[in-house]
Design a protein around this ligand. Structure first.
Ligand SMILES: [Ca+2]
Length: 121
């Protein structure tokens, strides 16, 4: 008897359109600027963010390896100047060896990481 008055709740309340708050950071996700952020646009934005992060990471690694190369060159040139006495070079020989191995391994790891990342794509 009472069943004729039972109406599903979602028919009474119309579907509310979701809105972004004003100056939302997700505003930029609306790639075609039609005022609607679709699932497709969100996944595209995620992909773009991932690419940007990867790019940033690889840029930082490149800078690190260039710094390592530059430091090896600068230290080597410094050792040939009169600023560093021969006795000091002899005393620090072990440490200098470790320094070169450490810096060169940074460069090596950079190339290894580049090769690995280009293979995994
Ligand atoms: Ca859109």
């Amino acid at each position: 008897m009472a069943s004729i008055f039972v109406v599903p709740i979602d028919e009474l309340v119309p579907m509310q359109q979701k809105k972004l708050e004003e100056l939302s950071k997700y505003e930029s996700y609306d790639l075609d600027h039609d005022g609607t952020v679709t699932d497709d646009e969100i996944s595209k934005s995620k992909e773009m963010t991932e690419l940007e992060l990867r790019e940033e990471k690889s840029h930082a690694q490149k800078q690190m390896s260039w710094t390592a190369i530059a430091s090896m060159v600068v230290f080597t040139l410094l050792l040939f100047t009169p600023l560093v006495s021969e006795s000091r070079v002899a005393a620090l020989a072990d440490l200098l060896g470790l320094f070169y191995v450490g810096q060169a391994s940074i460069v090596g790891f950079y190339f290894g990481a580049q090769a690995y990342m280009s293979r995994s794509r």
